[in-house]
Design a protein around this ligand. Sequence first.
Ligand SMILES: Cc1cc2nc3c(=O)[nH]c(=O)nc-3n(C[C@H](O)[C@H](O)[C@H](O)COP(=O)(O)OP(=O)(O)OC[C@H]3O[C@@H](n4cnc5c(N)ncnc54)[C@H](O)[C@@H]3O)c2cc1C
Length: 460
Amino acid sequence: MTTRTSKAREELEGSIKGSILVPGDYGYDEARQIWNGMIDRRPAVIVQCLTADDVPPVIAFARRNKLEISIRGAGHNIAGNALCNDGVTIDFSKMRNVRVDAEKRLAYVEPGATLADLDEAAQAHGLATPVGINSTTGIAGLTLGGGFGWLTRKYGMTIDNLVSVDIITADGKTLRASEKENLDLFWAIRGGGGNFGVVTRFEFQLFPVGPEVVAGLIVFPFDQAMRVLTNYRQYVNSAPEEINVWVVLRHAPPLPFLPGHIHGKKVVVLPVFYSGAVTDAEKLIAPLRAFGDVQGEHIGVQRYGDWQKAFDPLLAAGARNYWKSHNFTELADGALSSIIEFAGKQPSPHCEIFIGLIAGAPNRIAANATAYAHRDAKFVLNVHGRWEQAKEDQKCIAWAREFFNASAPYASAGAYVNFMTAEEVDRVAAAYGSNYGRLAKIKKQYDPENVFHLNQNIKP
Ligand SMILES: Cc1cc2nc3c(=O)[nH]c(=O)nc-3n(C[C@H](O)[C@H](O)[C@H](O)COP(=O)(O)OP(=O)(O)OC[C@H]3O[C@@H](n4cnc5c(N)ncnc54)[C@H](O)[C@@H]3O)c2cc1C
């Protein structure tokens, strides 16, 4: 056992309720697995907290021993900053409780909760708040970077529905940040990531949603991609905010509603979600079928909570992943051509290019109202390089980078911090946009020594 690990036990045991895991311990290797299979980091110690009170002694221990700190929500972030090498990981995987006050339409969420944890607790009362589209994603990381999903057009980004947080700063103090207390900090954590401290509790506003919604997929042949995308562009210009339609260009998975000859072939998929009255759905969905020759369709009434899990099988943990992303205020012809060109040469059947539609409520908020600055973005494009074997790394990463460069001229200036890899240090200022200066000042106030730097880092 190294000095670091024995010191961790000696100094932390007795002051925390959670588990202390060091290399060689049962559970250590499992605890250092995260969603992106490319990340292989070995913390000197992983502290699986059981209460918020476990956090200050861990921060103090790390600072005393000059160890880096990483914070793990649900470990989904592509950059892998949930883990560190030779430092201390504050792991919230055992703190997933969600309490819902149905009368006040509020949810109180622990920092290890996944989207599924929040959705299930809120849907028990017919409530929800906008979160992402893969239910195993962590509420913590998603929220601190912005957060968007099917409900975003109507109800805004996840941060737009954040009411308060409890946050432990670098000096070990617990603060409440909201519109009433510590306003600067509340502004900064809504998009500024894990730069300002360790959030131990989130409070969200909820809305009546479902429990039944109309949702599903319509699949078109890849050779009609331009026709489908130009129709899509026109449709979403005037579609009401209750309906959300994204675009995914990928190889067709062997879904039972698709004819066998389509399986494994490139296709254009429109995932469709409608949260208004079930009886109104058909008239809004019908025009989508005329975008091209439908190869298969599976749309119907289903529980919102089930739809939130619909993409989980395609996005399971453990594969190798490399992402690049752009924001768009519009889908110019050049952008569509470039999307189709690169979708046509996907280097692995697990890769995909997706266009997420966020036009609506987020655009009605001023760029300086929260740290998330990209209030003009209507579409978020993600080049999702995903593959199985290390020997495919080079070609898959090269594909994602080339496409990113080819589509850059049509993108708006910003970047979504939650989709950035660890190497994109030169994009950090763009990711925080016009709010970077204010963020740096707040960082200096709350974390002058940059204790929390394993993130898309804002320098104090
Ligand atoms: C398959 C998949 C689908 C996705 N879909 C969407 C989507 O639809 N919409 C969307 O907006 N995003 C989406 N994302 C991106 C997602 O929002 C980010 O990956 C997010 O960071 C994940 O949060 P996490 O808690 O699971 O991550 P982690 O890797 O655990 O944490 C990410 C970072 O957040 C910070 N952090 C985490 N917890 C805390 C805390 N308690 N206090 C302070 N800082 C903390 C740390 O800096 C940490 O490195 C998706 C990601 C994946 C992998």
